[in-house]
Each structure stands twice: as C-alpha cells, then as structure tokens.
Design a binder for this molecule. Structure first.
Ligand code: KIV
Ligand code: ZN
Length: 385
C-alpha cells in the first residue's frame, strides 16, 4: 500500500474564499480538529500577509503535535524569515514557498524572464533550507506552464534542497488524463525527483478538482492537497473528505493508505461550515445533508432489504448519525409502513393502505412531509379504526 500524505490548506487557501474571515481562536479550533482527523500537514496560513495570520500560524505551530504545521511564503527573503518566526516552535518546521512558472504569470504578474524566475526560485529554496528541515516548493500555475521549463526549474529547486515538489492546477484548468500525464512526464524527466515528495494541488473551476487529484495519485503523487468541504478561491479546492473516502472505498483500485480517521469526517466538515459560515450544499458528496437520504420507493425498498443496494458508504464510516428514508411523493408503501411503525403506530393492514393513499395525495401538494404531517394522517386512521 502506497502512503499518501494529506495536506490540508483549509486555513490558507480555504480562508482565501470570498467572505471568509476566521479569527485566531477559530483557526486554532479548526487546526485541532484537523489533527484529530489525521491530516499529515496543516497549512495554517500565510504569516507575512497580516499580523493576524502570523499570530494564528504561530499559535497553531505551538499547539499541534501530531500533524506537521506549515505556512506559505512568496519567494521573498522577508516572507521566509517572517514565516520562520511563526513556525519555529513546531515539532517539524516546514515551509511552503512558491513562484509562478506559466508564461502569462511570468510576463504580466512577475514581469520576469524565465531565467530570472529560475534564479529567484533557487535562491528562495536555498535560503529556506537554512532555517527549515522541510521545504515544499510550488510551481504556481504549473498546468499552464511549458512542460520543459517546468522540468528544468524543478530540477534546479531539487538541487537547491526542496524536499517536496507541488504541481498546482492553480486555475482549475487541467483534466484527469492530462494531469496524470504531467506527473508521469516529470517523473521520467527530472533527475532526483524520486527522492522528494510529489504533490497535487487542484482547484475546482471545471468541477474536476477531486478527479484530477485522484488521477495524480494513480500517476505517482505521494501527497494530495485540498480543503475541508472544498472551500477556497473562486470555485474552491479539491474536497479532502471526498478524496479520503474515495481512496478508502475504492482501496481495491487505488491501493493506498492515508492517516485519515474517517469517523471524524462529519464533525470536521460541520465545524468548518459553522466557523466559516459557508453552508454545505445538500447533495454534496460524503457530507451533504442528503448524502444518505433516500426518497424513491424503489430505493427505499432496496434499502430496507439490504442497505448495500443503494449505499456504498455507510454513515457510520464518516461519523454521521444514520441513513434517512425521506418520505415524499416518490416513496413507496414499505418505507411508509416502516416509518409508521418506528413512530409507534400499529394499524390493521387496510388502515395502512388508506393512510398511504392520504399520504400520497398530501405529498403531491407539499414539498416536504414532516413527522407532524404523518402523525396527523396516521392518527386519523387510528381514530377511525
Ligand atoms: O493554487 C495555487 O497555485 C496555490 C499555490 C500558492 C500553491 O495555492
Ligand atoms: Zn491553491
């Protein structure tokens, strides 16, 4: 089983979502829950970006013991030194530094030539290695970069001492086959790449972040980055809970292990949603309110006979309460009677039949049937019997 390190950036890339602003106490609470969830690395923030971020990263580095804590730094001396001040109390000081490598970023944002970018990247990694035993280097906008240039700059930063190489799909542009091929190309081309961790970092602009991350795993990535509930810039980052559950449920295919404690999934997701104020869409995979809700009669009947007919993940696995058979206009008689019995009603068969047709009429008119509605319907039949 290959080991995949899960790198959580909820507190850095996730907090970059429009409208999210966490204070230090909230960030420390999320970091402690991420530690319980078993992530290998917590990116706690961007220390040079504000005094608040500096303080939060410092407190998290001094508090968390079972996950490595990192912070983001541009390829600038002052960012690297400030990050060291914030991170030096950690068990294993780790720095994440980056520079953009795509033609559009180098020309318009950085206003540097490719040769200058290589030089800046090398100097920043050398400086970082004077302070940090672990240095992750990211090629921002890697998936829109020239492949040969990417291989050249990665070769140089590995020589300069980078211990992890991250290949971000910064604007969520790539596809699973293309991203997988890029991982293979780099492993075939870059000398020494087998001695560093190789990381995937995907954004969700085309809705492919999780699929792209899994393609990277299939093609040699040993670290996956993402956020809880997929929060992040624009359309967000790869949702870590989806990746962790996919690697577990399809262990037959991926043959990997992560240190993730899956039964902490629901709790982690809810804490992040509460503290960030970002609601989870009901049909969101794994942690959405409807992820274990079944409404149609055929599905409910199957579920009552054997839950594996329509559920590949059990709610217990992710620390969720239970499967829910939702009663609505698509529901069948079996689920209706089972719910009535669960509510304590024992009626003769013909009364169940009458209650069920009254329920179907009501369900056609009302979007959601509540327990109170059922109680009234079933009590009417009980009184009449
Ligand atoms: O998406 C991105 O390119 C980033 C880098 C800073 C790693 O978040
Ligand atoms: Zn990102």
């Amino acid at each position: 089983m290959a080991q995949i390190d899960i790198f959580d950036t909820t507190l850095r890339d996730g907090e970059q979502s429009a409208g999210i602003n966490l204070n230090t106490v909230e960030k420390v609470e999320i970091a402690k829950q991420l530690e319980r969830f078993g992530v290998s690395i917590i990116e706690a923030g961007f220390p040079a970006s504000s005094p608040g971020d500096f303080e939060a990263v410092k407190q998290i580095a001094n508090t968390v013991k079972n996950s490595t804590v990192t912070g983001l730094a541009r390829a600038i001396e002052s960012d690297i030194l400030t990050s060291y001040e914030a991170l030096k109390g950690g068990v294993q000081p780790h720095l994440h530094t980056f520079i953009a490598t795509s033609p559009i970023h180098m020309e318009y944002k950085l206003k540097k030539t490719p040769d200058q970018v290589v030089e800046i990247a090398v100097q920043s990694v050398k400086l970082a290695r004077k302070y940090f035993p672990l240095v992750q280097w990211s090629a921002e906008d890697a998936t829109r970069s020239d492949k040969e240039f990417l291989a050249r700059i990665i070769t140089e930063v590995i020589r300069a001492g980078a211990t992890t190489i991250n290949i971000p799909d910064t604007v969520g542009y790539t596809t699973p086959a293309e991203y997988g091929a890029l991982f293979r190309f780099l492993q075939e081309t870059v000398p020494g790449i087998e001695n560093v961790k190789l990381s995937a970092h995907c954004h969700d602009d085309l809705g492919l972040a999780v699929a792209n991350s899994l393609a990277a795993v299939e093609n040699g990535a040993t670290q996956i980055e993402g956020t809880i509930n997929g929060i992040g810039e624009r359309a967000g980052n790869a949702a870590l809970e989806e990746i962790a559950v996919a690697l577990q449920i399809r262990g037959d295919y991926y043959r990997t292990q992560t240190g993730i404690v899956l039964k902490e999934t629901k709790r982690t997701s809810q804490l992040v949603s509460q503290l960030t104020g970002v609601m989870i869409q009901p049909n969101k995979a794994v942690v959405g309110k409807n992820a274990f809700a079944h409404e149609s009669g055929i599905h409910q009947d199957g579920m009552l006979k054997n839950p594996e007919t329509y559920e590949i993940i059990t709610p217990a696995m992710i620390g969720d309460a239970s499967t829910e058979l939702v009663l609505g206009k698509h529901s069948g008689r079996h689920a209706f009677i089972s719910k009535a019995k669960e509510m304590g009603f024992e009626l003769p068969d013909e009364k169940y039949v009458q209650a069920f047709s009254a329920f179907k009429e009501l369900a056609d008119r009302k979007k959601e049937i509540t327990e109170e509605d059922l109680f009234v319907l079933l009590t009417d039949q009980q009184v009449a019997s």
